[in-house]
Ligand binder design. Structure first.
Ligand SMILES: Cc1ncc(COP(=O)(O)O)c(C=O)c1O
Length: 378
């Protein structure tokens, strides 16, 4: 299979698999236990925490391990809202966030919070003057992603961090897609809360982290024991945590090279498809995009038909976001970018990773154009 759906979930890195396996096979126990088995797990979790902290520019005690990006987003948004409710009830986010952010905000809206959703332009870019204008004395949180999961468009997080810090407003950044695909330093970018997901980085599903910096202390969303400094109860998923730590340790050494290598493959694919098909266009800001992501519109070709045909040919891609998979719904991101509904249905996302090769890209370039021409209804 040619797998080009890394933004949905990346293949497990071999180094990560090697590091995780003993924690599934031999190393049983509970990290909170006093005995040797428990202590071994605790030490491994501490080591993973150090790796995550070193990679994302924070202190180890600022890393809270959770079950993934969705939980990290919910803990950040609902946790801060609960913690700062006495200060205000206004939250600013964007119209193109992942459902984990949008639906957490919706839940808070049912609870009396006011949510401002910033629009983006046709390239998917944010207007920072509009962000400044949206802030009020009651704004307690800005939640803006680092890079969009559908288009790969990158937002200027350091500038957003400056704006938030100048107003004393907490800044949550969903970095689930940006992590490992561009340099991210939470302290330098003045990010107070940063969401991560293991399975987008080549670590197992079921692991992730919320980095919590500075004075903001989100209320726990899962109550129970005192794990994770009292911010997230539940026996730790040691294998997933160790895997996340190892993925960060690997990326610390390889990220620059990976970005360049995957970017060359993505550009070869995108350029090849645009050359072969006059009705193919790439969506999103070309100046500021994740190097692995290409969202392409094949005008007149229903994305769900093309997706199924590619799948039958052994090529895995995605239409819009994977979280809406199974039902191909028009993308809220593309709608916010002003793409008309008839083109919204024709968008296919290619998201590449280090496992992909030039030969695979060339196979897609050999197979897809004829398929798209056959399926096209002008
Ligand atoms: C930007 C973004 N945030 C959050 C999530 C949710 O992450 P998880 O699948 O780990 O819950 C995703 C998943 O695709 C994502 O792309």
């Amino acid at each position: 299979m040619i797998y080009m759906d890394v933004n949905a979930s990346a293949p497990l890195r071999p180094e990560v698999a090697d590091k995780c396996l003993p924690f599934l096979r031999e190393l049983h126990g509970n990290p909170s236990s006093i005995h040797a088995a428990g202590r071994k797990l605790r030490a491994a979790i501490d080591e993973a925490r150090d790796c995550v902290a070193a990679f994302f520019g924070c202190a180890p005690r600022e890393v809270i391990f959770v079950s993934g990006g969705s939980e990290a987003d919910n803990l950040a948004i609902k946790g801060v809202a609960r913690a700062l409710r006495g200060k205000g009830n206004h939250i600013v986010t964007t119209a193109v966030e992942h459902p984990a952010v949008l639906n957490a905000c919706r839940d808070l809206a049912d609870d009396g919070f006011e949510i401002a959703y910033l629009d983006v332009d046709r390239q998917g870019r944010l207007d920072l003057d509009r962000l400044k204008a949206a802030l009020t004395d009651r704004t307690i949180l800005i939640s803006i992603m680092a890079a969009n999961n559908e288009t790969g468009v990158v937002f200027p997080v350091a500038q957003i961090g400056e704006i938030a810090a100048a107003r004393g407003i907490a800044f949550h950044c969903d970095a689930v897609q940006a992590a490992g695909r561009l340099p991210l330093d939470a302290a330098a970018a003045k990010i107070d809360l940063l969401s991560l997901s293991g399975h987008k980085l080549g670590a197992p599903s079921g692991g992730g982290a919320l980095i919590v910096r500075g004075n903001v202390k989100p209320h726990p969303q899962i109550h129970g024991g005192l794990q994770e400094f009292g911010r997230r109860a539940g026996t730790e998923n040691a294998a997933a945590i160790v895997g996340l730590g190892e993925a960060c340790a690997v990326l610390q050494k390889t990220m620059t090279d990976e970005i360049r290598r995957v970017g060359a493959l993505r550009d070869r694919l995108e350029c090849g498809l645009r050359t072969a098909l006059s009705f193919a266009t790439a969506i999103g800001d070309k100046q500021s995009r994740l190097s692995n992501t290409s969202l392409m519109v094949f005008a007149g070709v229903a994305a769900d038909s093309l997706l199924v045909n590619l799948d039958l040919a052994g090529i895995a891609v995605s239409s819009g976001s994977a979280c809406a998979a199974g039902t191909v719904r028009p993308s809220h991101v593309l709608a916010a970018m002003g793409l008309p509904p008839d083109l919204n249905k024709c968008a296919l996302r290619f998201s590449l990773g280090i496992h992909n090769t030039e030969a695979e890209v060339d196979d897609v370039l050999r197979i897809l154009p004829a398929m798209a021409v056959r399926l096209r209804k002008p």
